[in-house]
Write a protein that binds this ligand. Structure first.
Ligand SMILES: Cc1ncc(COP(=O)(O)O)c(C=O)c1O
Length: 409
């Protein structure tokens, strides 16, 4: 350990946990560009670029597609607090830790929260969510797309259409899936969706893209109040209940990101640069190509793990391609393995939460890290560490199997 006054010199790591993962060097370079004033036309031009780029990334025509400053949950909170007034009913289908997070945020908005739960490692049959929608008649359904805690991805298309039919808004947390698997805001009738940079978008944590349509806009504008010190002449506050957060007030953020350029917060300039570069990197590769790269890495990693004699966690039909849960074998100390992976190989893998804490490791193949080399290095390191723990992994077979699966893929 150095002194607090030493220059920063973080050790090189291969980040193969469930996020954050390594940022693309292009993104880090973009973050080191000179700062601009927040109403400099060049900066507002970059803001407009970001809006256009994320419409493409999220496959939406939504005008309101911008960044909330903060980690992914900043945009979750912005969506919830701006939509939900006290007493509004929200339905949350929970299949992992981040579904519980949606409940918790909704409760803080004093919404009436109705919960249905699926066993961790499974997802919901759409019919079950649709039946709950009929029963509870919520104003909002809040759902995680890919829950990194369980590695499962919930199919959304039928649920979105049913929400429309039952006049409920649909919020989707796609923090862990955008860039790694197909996310179609408009085709799936998602009303509001948010994500973060630190997973398959290959950026650092600290900026949360959000998109929402006119249905959400209407609801938010019905609650629009503007803070006293920046009130434009002639503005009349809406009749609806005031949004209980200033920072996460989507109505004010809309004015900040539109031609009105309301002086709300100070845009996090370097994070805006990062978000812009993340989208450019992804779109240059192509969404389909990026998704295929994640699927291929998932197949190769899975083949290697199985060749080692390990078992993959959860329903294979709904496994996210960018994170893999591995059951920790009996007699193996999961934390000791993770510590050895880090100390000896500089590779970080994750554990999980709640019912899965200590039961599974989670290995991320996300964004910039989702490459053949990462998969092979991780398998080689895990095999070595496991053998030292007394687990009988057949030497070399994991890497061979992964290489073969990579080629076949
Ligand atoms: C599905 C999902 N939602 C929300 C979050 C919370 O994101 P953050 O920690 O960036 O606020 C995460 C982070 O792991 C996540 O995986």
């Amino acid at each position: 350990m150095g002194k607090a006054t030493d220059e920063l010199n973080p050790p090189p790591r291969l980040l193969m946990g469930p996020g954050p993962v390594e940022a693309d060097p292009r993104v880090l370079r973009a973050m080191s560009m000179p700062l601009l004033g927040q109403f400099d036309p060049v900066l507002t031009g970059y803001m407009n670029d970001v809006m256009a780029l994320y419409r493409e990334v999220l496959r939406t025509g939504n005008r309101w597609t911008f960044l909330v400053d903060g980690t992914a949950r900043a945009a979750i909170e912005a969506a919830m607090v701006s939509i939900l007034a006290p007493g509004d009913r929200v339905l949350v289908p929970v299949f992992g830790r981040f579904g519980h997070l949606l409940c918790e945020i909704a409760r803080r908005c004093e919404a009436e929260v109705r919960v249905i739960e699926a066993e961790w490692g499974r997802v919901f049959e759409p019919e079950r969510v649709i039946a709950a929608l009929r029963e509870h008649r919520p104003a909002l359904v809040a759902l995680v797309h890919g829950d990194t805690s369980t590695t499962m991805a919930q199919p959304l298309a039928e649920i979105g259409a049913a929400c429309r039919e039952h006049d409920a808004l649909l919020y989707v947390d796609a923090t862990a899936t955008v860039g790694g698997m197909d996310v179609r805001v408009d085709d799936w009738c998602v009303d509001v969706l948010s994500t973060g940079l630190q997973k398959c978008l290959s950026g650092p944590p600290g900026s949360a893209p959000i998109t929402f349509n006119e249905r959400v806009e209407e609801r938010v504008l019905a609650r629009k109040h503007i803070e006293q010190g920046i009130l434009p002449d002639g503005f009349r506050a809406a009749q609806g209940p005031v949004i209980r957060s200033n920072y996460f007030d989507l109505a004010m953020l809309m004015d900040y990101w539109s031609e009105a350029r309301l002086n709300h917060h100070t845009e996090a300039t370097s994070m805006l640069y990062a978000a812009r570069e993340c989208a450019r990197v992804l779109l240059a590769e192509g969404l389909e190509a990026a998704h295929e790269r994640h699927r291929r890495a998932s197949r190769a990693l899975g083949a290697g793990l199985r060749a080692m004699g390990l078992e993959i966690f959860g329903d294979p039909a709904h496994k996210m391609p960018n994170v893999t849960g591995v059951l920790i074998p009996d007699g193996v100390n999961g934390d000791a393995v993770r510590a050895k992976m880090l100390d000896d190989f500089g590779i970080e893998i994750g554990t999980s939460f709640g019912p899965l804490a200590g039961r599974i490791w989670r290995i991320g193949t996300m964004g910039y890290v989702c490459r053949k080399r990462s998969v092979l290095l991780c398998l080689m390191a895990l095999e070595t560490v496991l053998r030292a723990q007394g687990f009988r992994a057949p030497p070399g077979e994991a890497v061979d199997a992964a290489l073969q699966a990579w080629v076949e893929g």
